[in-house]
Ligand binder design. Structure first.
Ligand code: CP
Ligand code: NVA
Length: 310
C-alpha cells in the first residue's frame, strides 16, 4: 500500500520506515523504466529546489539539478559561502527564509547537526546531500542498484571495506532496514560511529538483517555478493591523508580480494574513486564493477525522492 511522503525530510535513512524505503525503490524502478522508454513525467512543474553546497560535488550536484529539471521543476545552486550563512546568519533563519521562496532544499555540508536544524526550521522538505556523518541519497541509490542487479535485497551479503565513514553509515542503515547482511571491515580505529552501529543493529533486529563489524578482511569477504569501498580520506580530512593511507592500505580492494569471496561478486563504489588507493584499476574497470550504473542511479533514485516528498 502506498504511504504518503509529501512534506517529509530525508535527513537519515534511519528515519524512514521499511514501507517508505520500498516505496522509494519501487518508484525509482518505475521512473527509470519510463524515462528509458522516452516517457517524461513532470509532476513538479513550476516547483523550485534550492541546493546548498559547502563542499564540492560532481554527482550530487548534477544529478539533483537534472532530476528536478526532468520532473518539470527548477534548481538553484547556492554556494554556502555566497549566502549570508557565510556571514553569520543562522541556519534556522536561513531555513525559514528559503521556505518562503522554495519548495524543497538539498544541502551538502560538514556538521550533520546543521542539517537537523535546517530541517526543523524549514517548512519545506530538506534532503541531506551528504554530511560528515551520513549520505542517505547515496545509501538509497546503493540498495536500489543491488536490487536492480541481483533482484533482491533480503539475505544479500554486502561487505563494506575500508574507512567507517558517512557512506558506510548510510549503507548500514539501508541494509539494516531491508534485510541485508552488512559486514563492515575496517582497520582498528577506523570503525563506524558507535551510535550509528547501535541504531542500525536495532533496525536489523526488526527486519532479520545483520550488521557486523570486523578487522578480519579475509574472513569478512567470504561469500560476499557485493564488495563496496569508498575513499580513505573524506572531504574535510585532507590533513590526515598520509596517515590514513598507511592504516588503510591493507584494506585495498584488489583482484585477489574479489576472487577470494568464492562466488560471483559485484564491486561498488559511491565515487569519486582514488584509483590505486582504496581500489585498483583492475577491479574498478572489471566486468564485476557496477560503479557507473550506480552513479547513473543517483539520478533515478533522487527523482523518486523529489517526486515523493515535494
Ligand atoms: N557520490 C557522490 O556523492 O559524489 P559527489 O561528491 O560527486 O556528489
Ligand atoms: N566519504 C566521501 C564521500 C564522497 C561522495 C566524503 O565524504 O568525502
Amino acid at each position: 500500500m502506498a504511504v504518503t511522503m509529501k512534506g517529509k525530510d530525508l535527513v537519515s535513512i534511519h528515519d524512514l520506515s521499511v514501507e517508505e524505503i520500498w516505496q522509494i525503490l519501487k518508484t525509482t524502478e518505475t521512473m527509470k523504466l519510463r524515462w528509458k522508454s522516452g516517457i517524461f513525467d513532470r509532476p513538479l512543474e513550476g516547483k523550485a529546489l534550492g541546493m546548498v553546497f559547502s563542499k564540492p560535488s560532481t554527482r550530487t550536484r548534477v544529478s539533483f539539478e537534472v532530476a528536478i529539471y526532468q520532473l518539470g521543476g527548477y534548481a538553484l545552486y547556492l554556494g554556502a559561502s555566497d549566502l549570508q550563512l557565510g556571514r553569520g546568519e543562522t541556519i534556522a533563519d536561513t531555513g525559514r527564509v528559503l521556505s518562503r521562496y522554495l519548495d524543497g532544499i538539498m544541502i551538502r555540508t560538514f556538521d550533520h547537526q546543521d542539517v537537523v536544524e535546517l530541517a526543523e526550521a524549514a517548512s519545506i522538505p530538506v534532503i541531506n546531500g551528504l554530511t560528515d556523518l551520513l549520505h542517505p541519497c547515496q545509501g538509497l541509490t546503493d540498495i536500489y542498484t543491488v536490487y536492480e542487479k541481483l533482484g533482491r535485497l533480503e539475505g544479500v551479503k554486502l561487505v563494506y571495506v575500508g574507512d567507517g565513514n558517512n557512506v558506510a553509515h548510510s549503507l548500514m542503515f539501508a541494509g539494516a532496514k531491508t534485510g541485508m547482511h552488512v559486514v563492515v571491515a575496517t582497520p582498528p580505529g577506523r570503525e563506524p560511529d558507535a551510535d550509528i552501529v547501535r541504531l542500525a543493529a536495532e533496525d536489523a533486529a526488526r527486519t532479520g538483517a545483520t550488521v557486523e563489524l570486523t578487522h578480519d578482511l579475509a574472513q569478512a569477504v567470504r561469500g560476499a555478493d557485493v564488495i563496496y569501498t569508498d575513499t580513505w580520506t573524506s572531504m574535510g580530512q585532507e590533513a590526515e591523508r598520509e596517515r590514513r593511507i598507511v592504516e588503510l592500505t591493507p584494506y585495498q580492494v584488489t583482484p585477489h580480494l574479489m576472487l577470494s569471496t568464492g562466488k560471483p561478486t559485484l564491486f561498488m563504489h559511491c565515487l569519486p574513486a582514488h584509483r590505486g588507493e582504496e581500489v585498483t584499476d583492475e577491479v574498478i574497470d572489471s566486468p564485476a564493477s557496477v560503479v557507473f550504473d550506480q552513479a547513473e542511479n543517483r539520478l533515478h533514485t533522487q527523482k523518486a525522492v523529489l517526486a515523493l516528498v515535494m
